[in-house]
Design a binder for this molecule. Structure first.
Ligand SMILES: *Cc1c(COP(=O)(O)O)cnc(C)c1O
Length: 360
């Protein structure tokens, strides 16, 4: 079977050249006679892999020198707990924006450790839009302010960041990291599970302003303390070596593609193609508020749940995979991360046009 067009929300499609490269090095990495999977994490070969991945991230995202880049297991969900454990250390208060299921989980976890205020929410309309962020509602004494920059399930994405003054801005960027240029100096900490836009599952990337680490709550397990990751260069214990290696290959690929600026243009082009079609279509309709639409995740519906099911099955037969919407939302969702080629989006649109013509 040929490779399919895979619109999975995560774990998601990886660039084909990356898979080929990994395949070619699978049993014998760079003349070592062994796979990266079989190698000591203290070996000079693996340390070079990890450092290259880190340096590529620094270069691609323009990470300032006073920020540390960490690789941590446990996914983005572990960060929902690590952030409060490490950062709730002055007033024990934090502000959160409630813009989706992931934000909700982050709030629930943080609430175990401190006083959490929801300063903006779009739950009233099932997270189909982004709420206004009203600065007068922000707590100037908060230890941090948490935002989910891209809401993977509902397909909304913040265009503008809130002005939180001296309060460190913490962002869950799991589904839009590396998809567009950002000014990292606006953030205190960002985190992202790798499996959407950086690599395979098994590792999360955390980028933290150095001064924010080192004041974790007393009972914080060592493995959940950012300071230990900083002091041991993400090798406090055995890191997920193969996942980090795959991330390194994806980052190499992204640099070859022209970096974040170039991929951002491609992402804008892909999203525009799809949204323009949805806006014209008599059968399909996007579900996110137009002004807040995500470049990464595009949820849409037809006129009935039965037709949605029919479409998903027909699309799968046509080689367009994983278009089923999140189990809590139904409908369809096309995730069009960095690794999705323009022609994949074009194929999807062509198929939707065809489906529309026979299912009017
Ligand atoms: C996927 C996702 C998560 C959860 O990631 P895990 O690595 O499975 O813990 C959290 N936040 C956002 C925005 C996501 O898209």
């Amino acid at each position: 079977m040929e490779r399919v067009y895979n619109f999975s929300a995560g774990p998601s499609a990886l660039p084909e050249p990356v898979m080929k490269k990994a395949q070619s090095e699978m049993t014998n990495y760079d003349g070592t006679g062994m796979s990266v999977m079989e190698m000591s994490h203290r070996s000079k070969e693996f340390i070079a892999i990890k450092e290259t991945a880190e340096n590529s991230l620094r270069e691609l995202l323009g990470v300032p020198d006073n920020y540390k880049i960490l690789f941590i297991q446990g996914g983005a969900t572990l960060q929902f707990g690590m952030v409060p454990l490490n950062l709730l250390n002055k007033t024990n208060q934090a502000d959160y924006t409630l813009t989706g299921l992931w934000a909700k989980k982050a709030i629930k976890e943080a609430s175990r450790y401190g006083k959490i205020s929801v300063v903006a929410s779009s739950e009233d309309k099932n997270f189909s839009y982004l709420p206004l962020l009203d600065k007068t509602k922000f707590n100037p004494k908060a230890d941090y302010f948490h935002i989910t920059t891209n809401n993977t399930i509902y397909g909304t994405q913040f265009r503008n960041l809130p002005d939180t003054g001296k309060v460190p801005l913490v962002a869950d960027m799991s589904s839009d990291i590396l998809s567009k240029k950002i000014d990292l100096s606006r953030f205190g900490l960002i985190f992202a599970g790798a499996q959407k836009n950086i690599g395979p599952a098994g590792v999360a990337v955390v980028i933290i302003r150095e001064d924010l680490a080192g004041n974790a709550m007393d009972f914080t397990p060592s493995m959940l303390n950012y300071k230990n990751y900083i002091e041991h260069f993400s090798m406090f214990n055995t890191p997920p070596t193969y996942s980090i290696y795959m991330c390194k290959l994806v980052l190499d690929w992204l640099k070859d593609e022209g970096g974040v600026e170039a991929i951002e243009q491609k992402n804008i082009e892909k999203a525009k193609l799809l949204y323009d079609f949805l806006d014209e279509s008599a059968l399909f309709e996007g579900t996110a508020a137009t002004a807040d639409r995500s470049l990464m995740n595009v949820p849409f519906v037809t006129t009935s749940a039965e037709t949605d099911d029919l479409f998903i099955r027909a699309a799968t037969s046509a080689g367009l995979y994983n278009l089923k919407g999140h189990r809590t939302l139904g409908g369809m969702r096309a995730s069009i991360y960095n690794a999705t080629p323009v022609e994949g989006v074009q194929k999807l649109i062509d198929f939707m046009k065809h489906f529309e013509s026979v299912n009017k």
